[in-house]
Design a protein around this ligand. Structure first.
Ligand code: PXL
Length: 289
């Protein structure tokens, strides 16, 4: 185990959407403010994210990934975590499985956010067999963080709108855990009898325990919030916050970013204003016990 004085180092493997506050432009500042050194591999460069803009550019960087890893292997770099998000093609899933095998050490936490859809639909640009391949990719993960759409897609089950029963959510998270990860953090969960709230069900394989955390639902579609939640959750876990506290912090940071954006009536395609909350998040995540 590493001493607490040693700075954590994460490798974040996501696209760069140049405008629109998601993926790397969200992961980097959040991990950095938590005091974590963040190396990156951009998987592609887009002029904007793909949700709500016409005519975006897309430069695929698949062929750059393994040469970067080749170079890093000459440097004996150690990563406390490898964190993947939006991956633009099936070929990238295979290449990043190779990357895991080459860069992962005994203590490296593999955190996979299986970004591929929302609101019952696969995002533009993804082939129909991508979800099946993503489900196989999750075998390599310690933690996965699907939303409800991604959960249905990976389990090859037709999308169902909530509210859901607890029994149904339990069956989903347990089946997702069978894909391989030790911890499943499912977002977008809302339950019969508590429809005005939405949140997270987290299932830990080892303890066979599910915890739920909710916040009041805010109407509207806010881009990049899955990336904000995932990056904050990972940052909190790497800073030794217990799971329930890490989830609570990640929900609170995501919700406050949404509320700030809603209050400003900004164009939601450009993501949410998480920047105004970053310094407080840094204090919270770096507080010494
Ligand atoms: O926030 C997820 C995300 C990341 N990257 C790209 C996207 C999306 C969601 O639409 O299009 C390119």
């Amino acid at each position: 185990m590493q001493s607490d004085k040693q700075q954590r180092r994460v490798l974040a493997v996501h696209d760069i959407s140049c405008v629109g506050r998601c993926s790397l432009t969200v992961a980097l500042p959040i991990l950095s403010v938590a005091g974590i050194e963040t190396a990156i591999i951009p998987t592609s460069i887009l002029s904007t994210h793909t949700g709500g803009f016409e005519g975006f550019t897309f430069r695929d960087l698949t062929n750059d990934i393994l040469p970067i890893v080749d170079h890093w292997q000459t440097l004996s770099l150690k990563f406390d975590s490898i964190y993947t998000g939006y991956l633009g093609s099936i070929k990238q899933l295979d290449i990043i499985t190779t990357l895991f095998n080459r860069l992962k050490q005994r203590d490296t936490l593999i955190f996979v956010d299986p970004v591929m859809g929302d609101h019952g639909k696969l995002y533009t640009n993804f082939a129909a067999d991508f979800p099946h391949k993503m489900a196989c990719f999750c075998q390599s993960a310690d933690i996965i963080k699907p939303n409800m759409t991604e959960a249905f897609l990976m389990l090859d089950e037709p999308y169902q709108e909530g509210p859901y029963t607890k029994a149904y959510i339990e069956s989903l998270v347990k089946r997702l855990a069978k894909l391989g990860p030790k911890l499943v953090v499912l977002t977008g969960v809302y339950l019969i009898g508590n429809e005005q709230q939405i949140g997270v069900a987290a299932y830990e394989q080892r303890s066979d325990n599910i915890i739920y955390r909710f916040a009041d639902r805010i109407a509207g579609v806010y881009h990049g919030t899955g990336d904000i939640f995932a990056s904050t959750l990972l940052a909190a876990l790497l800073n030794h916050k217990p799971l329930v506290e890490a989830i609570t912090i990640a929900i609170a940071f995501t919700v406050s970013s949404i509320k700030r954006t809603k209050a400003a009536a900004s164009d939601v395609r450009y993501g949410v204003n998480f920047e105004a909350g970053l310094s407080d998040l840094g204090l919270l995540l770096q507080e010494k016990k």
